[in-house]
Design a protein around this ligand. Structure first.
Ligand code: ADP
Ligand code: MG
Length: 348
């Protein structure tokens, strides 16, 4: 898409570094009262009064975390912000600011960065966070984008990974596996396109899962819901690497075991039908797929009545003593040990 001949291509060097920063950031308006000084000085100044501050960073690298042949640049900007906000919400905190750092090679015109920033701006608006700084530099190999998210939480309201207790319930928001199956569809269409560029992909039957991959959302709403329901999770993590890996994190850090029930794992009908089409097991996809950005948390059993009627929350398991281990209880009621997956990015 950045090769489109009809599109204007303004060389980044025409603007210079400061002109570029100005141009990209001129629309950002301060919304949070905690933002005292935003873009334009040597550092941003923030004031959180008596709240605790949470900070999280992610780095996205072209060719490793995203493929520009099917990832529109606007979506990339949006997703780069979302994946970071998700980490803030996983602490049971409110996201308030982000900083955005980019490295670009000269194969990207100004219009490409404008598209990335349009996505960043949209996410910042929807999630009510201020963009308060960043860094801009050149790269020889492609596009890198790093976002740091900042949030606040009332002292003692933060939720760590290490608080789960035996007999707690394991709960997940939304549904799982969609982002991974969306990626499978996009990869297949890319191969088809390589063979015949006149072949227009029909993504209609896959709209939900493609959107889960290209335009994920962070579960700000779930943090609010839990607060409204007066439920404080005992432990929480966001689902970025896949359910099995996140469960193992919770169990390891909390020193507990877990039984995960295969028949409880929430799956969208489009995930099920696409798994059938690709001949992949949907449980494997939910366990190892990743990038769903749902919240996975444990609650004490006393809190079950408060959440049980909620359609966006599903109880999928039961925490146990550490000695019991971490298992998937299959539909056939056999127990399979859940094991750590390797790190995808390095395995390839
Ligand atoms: P310095 O030389 O001190 O690093 P810069 O010239 O890089 O300062 O940045 C000037 C201002 O613009 C700072 O407030 C910085 O945080 C902000 N900024 C730089 N690059 C970006 C970017 N890509 N997105 C948002 N803000 C940026
Ligand atoms: Mg700088």
């Amino acid at each position: 898409m950045i090769e489109d001949k009809n599109q204007q291509r303004t060389q980044l060097s025409d603007l210079g570094e400061f002109g570029l920063i100005d141009h990209l950031t001129k629309n950002f308006k301060v919304k949070q009262t905690s933002t005292i000084k935003s873009i334009g000085d040597d550092a941003a100044v923030l004031n959180f009064k008596n709240n605790n501050v949470v900070v999280s960073t992610d780095l996205l690298v072209e060719g490793v975390h995203f493929d520009l042949s099917y990832m529109p640049l606007k979506h990339l900007g949006y997703k780069a912000v979302i994946v970071n906000l998700s980490d803030i919400y996983a602490m049971n905190a409110t996201a308030t600011q982000v900083t955005v750092s980019i490295a670009v090679s000269n194969r990207f015109p100004l219009e490409a960065l404008e598209a990335v920033y349009a996505g960043i701006e949209t996410a910042a608006k929807i999630y009510n966070v201020d963009v308060v700084g960043g860094d801009t530099t050149s790269s020889k190999t492609g596009l890198l984008i790093s976002v740091t998210a900042i949030g606040e939480v009332e002292p003692s309201n933060e939720v760590y990974r290490n608080g789960a207790k035996p007999n707690d319930l394991l709960v997940v928001s939304g549904d799982l596996g969609g982002a991974y199956m969306g990626l499978q569809v996009l990869e297949r269409e890319k191969e088809v396109y390589k063979v015949n560029p006149n072949n227009q992909p029909d993504l209609e039957p896959y709209t939900y899962i493609v959107e889960r991959q290209l335009k994920p959302e962070a579960r700000k709403d779930v943090v609010k819901l839990l607060s409204d329901l007066k439920v404080k999770p005992t432990a929480m993590i966001d689902v970025s690497d896949g359910l099995s890996s996140e469960i193992l994190h919770l169990c390891k850090q909390s020193n507990v075991g877990c039984d995960l029930y295969e028949n409880k794992i929430p799956l969208d009908p489009q995930v099920i039908s696409t798994c059938e089409e690709f001949n992949i097991d949907s449980t494997t996809v939910a366990l190892n797929g990743g990038e769903d950005y749902e919240l996975l948390f444990t609650i004490s059993q006393e809190d079950y009545p408060k959440i049980k009627a909620n359609p966006s929350l599903t109880v999928i398991g039961f925490m146990r003593e550490k000695e019991a281990g971490v298992h998937l209880v299959t539909r056939a009621e056999t127990k399979v040990e859940i094991k750590a997956q390797g790190w995808k990015n390095f395995n390839a």
